[in-house]
Design a protein around this ligand. Structure first.
Ligand code: DC
Length: 216
């Protein structure tokens, strides 16, 4: 299904490990399309809250997703899901959505739905895609696989600095232990611990590795 002509840089890692910041810098520098797959799960979680769906009821979440008329849209070099032309960019970052998103993300049908759409993003061009299962499940065939990490204290401090009240450890535990496509270090993924490193340094390291592989 992957378009052989599209280059995919796949980045996974736990919450606040710097995935989004680095993926944005890399996509801007290389002119690739940026895909934040966490935003896609957050958009469904936001929709579930709006609809009054019990997010811990897997059958109810599956039923909601089956009827969800969301579409992939590319704007300003990013791809996201819109419903009726609307992307709830601010709303999906709320602590309410953060608290429930990993329940929605553990539903097998939801993961299948997301996988089909995430793989189809190659139609938009070369990609920097970040999430929890991009290296292991969505694009395991790409040679450009990175697993970002940072110490638990530093990640919690980064989230606190964003002004979002959240216990990251509980969400990371759910994301790493769920049955379908849990967060793991995929075969062939390079682990980059960026504790104490600036995004400029981390992204420059990743770009250098990608450029070297493309030449090699
Ligand atoms: O990266 P984020 O914090 O915005 O992701 C929100 C949640 O979405 C995360 O707790 C787990 C889920 N997620 C996932 O299961 N698989 C992905 N590829 C991306 C996110």
């Amino acid at each position: 299904m992957s378009d052989a002509q599209s280059i995919v840089i796949a980045i996974d890692g736990p919450s606040a490990s710097g995935k989004s910041t680095n993926a944005r810098i890399i996509s801007a520098k290389l002119g690739y399309v940026y895909v934040d797959t966490g935003a896609m799960y957050r958009t469904l979680a936001w929709h579930a809250l709006n609809q009054g769906t019990n997010v811990t009821d897997m059958a109810a979440v599956e039923a909601l997703c089956r009827e969800w008329p969301a579409k992939l849209v590319k704007r300003e070099n990013s791809v996201w899901l819109e419903v009726d032309g609307y992307f709830p960019e601010q709303e999906i970052r709320s602590s309410e959505v953060s608290k429930v998103v990993s329940y929605v993300a553990q539903v097998p049908y939801v993961r299948k739905w997301m996988k089909e759409r995430q793989r189809s993003c190659v139609d938009f061009g070369d990609l920097v895609m970040e999430g929890r299962d991009i290296t292991s499940n969505i694009f395991p065939e790409t040679p450009h696989k990175f697993y970002l990490d940072a110490s638990a204290d530093e990640r919690q401090a980064r989230r606190d600095a964003d002004g979002i009240e959240e216990n990251l450890a509980a969400r990371d535990q759910r994301d790493s232990t769920r049955k379908t496509a849990p967060l793991v270090v995929a075969d062939g993924a390079l682990v980059i611990n960026n504790s104490g490193e600036s995004p400029q340094e981390t992204s420059a390291r990743i770009i250098a590795l990608v450029e070297n592989r493309k030449l090699g």
